[in-house]
Design a protein around this ligand. Structure first.
Ligand code: ZN
Length: 429
């Protein structure tokens, strides 16, 4: 029997007990190790002794991205510098980057979590994993790579872009798993078909990181490559890196590693818990991170908890797909719109393809208008364009409660990117 990376909790009570232990340890650790956290706790009027149950989490102060930037270059550090064995940094474009430190144990925990993702996706030591994400100071490449080696599968570290080399290794190495962003996956799927090498490759699964992918886009990629399955992996630099959750083969939600961190979903304005099952901001508290633990860290990522147990039988809880960032939330005529909601709506219309853009403008009448420019799926004839337009308008109106205009274009007209795709064009000034 292969080694398993899954935790062995009999029920949720055992998991909660484990979380409370981790929370108490973390609070004592940061209070002792970090001037920043100690000051925060004093201001909030809490001491480690006050934490007696998981409900006491709500008494703790929040940590934000700004706290990380202000503490540059080694923010939130809670161990002596000699215990830090590695740093990684985020790709922050404005201001200073977020730099996160790791102890040897932190790395160990991260790679175990990542190996657990691969295990949940059904990978074994027989798999050959072609990794097409960034290497270097970013967490992505290292996470996919060392998680793969921890599992015992074969890593093929090609890195991002470089379509020629990707295609060559897919054929020569017979890679069974491909790891990349959603945009890159679509680009590869189209390229493999254009080059006529679909019959020569052996790809079975794709693991997608760091970019939202609609159901329509997933179906498209799966069909083009003849895949068995596709998975979404979650993670962020602040929380180790990618590998902190994955949707299992049942695809009922993203299982997250609740034995390693506590996830709260809060209203980004009031910072109070949202109603059960509603969308809110992910707020994270780590349970065993040594070098740079997070206490109620506001991720700005939006999702909702899924309150049913997955039919795969694993008791690890689930959240929904990431719906976007609270900073990306669009307010149109007083209605909050999350980009992920548009993905959902368009995916529900069979004639519409995976690629779309949102254009927002203010017209001469002073009112705001939204136009959805969407590609139709490969195949349908273009004579019923007006019907498709009407369907988009009607579905958006009924599901998001906002009126929009629709613009249809042919398959392949909207630009493809190897990195993240820009979809929102806000021209309201
Ligand atoms: Zn499951």
């Amino acid at each position: 029997m292969n080694k398993t990376f899954m935790p062995r909790f009999k029920d949720m009570d055992q998991l909660f007990e484990h979380q409370l232990k981790g929370l108490k340890w973390t609070i004592a650790h940061v209070y002792k190790g970090s001037v920043f956290y100690k000051k925060q706790f004093k201001e909030a009027g809490v001491t480690p002794g006050d934490i007696k149950s998981l409900d006491d989490l709500s008494r703790l102060p929040f940590t934000t991205g700004n706290d990380l930037k202000e503490g540059y270059p080694l923010p939130l550090l809670c161990v002596p510098q000699k215990d830090v064995v590695r740093i990684h940094a985020s790709s922050g474009t404005t201001g200073k980057r977020k730099v996160l430190a790791y102890t040897a144990k932190d790395l160990d925990v991260w790679f175990d979590m990542f190996a657990r993702c691969y295990e949940m996706a059904g990978l074994t030591r027989e798999d050959r994993v072609q990794i097409a994400v960034g290497y270097g100071i970013w967490t992505a490449g290292m996470g996919f790579q060392l998680g793969c080696e921890r599992l015992g599968a074969m890593a093929i570290p090609v890195g991002p872009g470089n379509i020629d080399m990707q295609c060559q290794f897919l054929v020569d190495m017979q890679s069974t798993v491909f790891c990349c962003t959603a945009s890159m996956a679509l680009l590869m799927a189209e390229e493999v078909n254009k080059r006529g090498i679909k019959e020569k490759i052996n790809l079975k699964k794709i693991i997608l990181g760091s970019e939202r992918c609609s159901l329509a886009m997933q179906t498209k990629i799966k069909d083009l490559l003849g895949l068995e399955d596709m998975f979404d992996i979650t993670g962020m630099t602040e929380l180790y890196g990618p590998g902190t959750g994955l949707d299992c083969p049942m695809h009922e939600g993203i299982h997250y590693w609740a034995d390693r961190y506590i996830l709260e979903i809060l209203n980004p304005d009031t910072l109070e818990p949202v109603e059960k099952g509603e969308i809110g901001e992910m707020v994270i508290t780590t349970l065993c991170k040594e070098a740079a633990p997070l206490i109620r860290y506001r991720t700005r990522d939006l999702t909702r908890k899924i309150n049913t147990q997955c039919s795969c039988g694993n008791i690890l809880p689930m959240h929904d797909k990431i719906m976007g960032r609270s900073d990306d939330m669009i307010i149109l005529r007083g209605v909050n719109i999350y980009p992920g909601q548009i993905d959902e709506v368009l995916s529900s219309i069979p004639e519409v393809g995976s690629e779309y853009q949102l254009h927002l403008e203010r017209k001469d009448d002073g009112k705001e208008y939204m136009t959805i420019k969407a590609e139709i799926r490969q195949g349908p004839d273009l004579t019923n364009m007006e019907e498709i337009k009407a369907k988009i308008k009607k579905t958006v109106k009924s599901k998001i409660m906002v009126s929009c205009d629709a613009d249809i274009c042919v398959y392949g007209e909207l630009p493809r990117f190897a990195g993240k795709t820009r979809r929102i064009f806000d021209n309201r000034s």
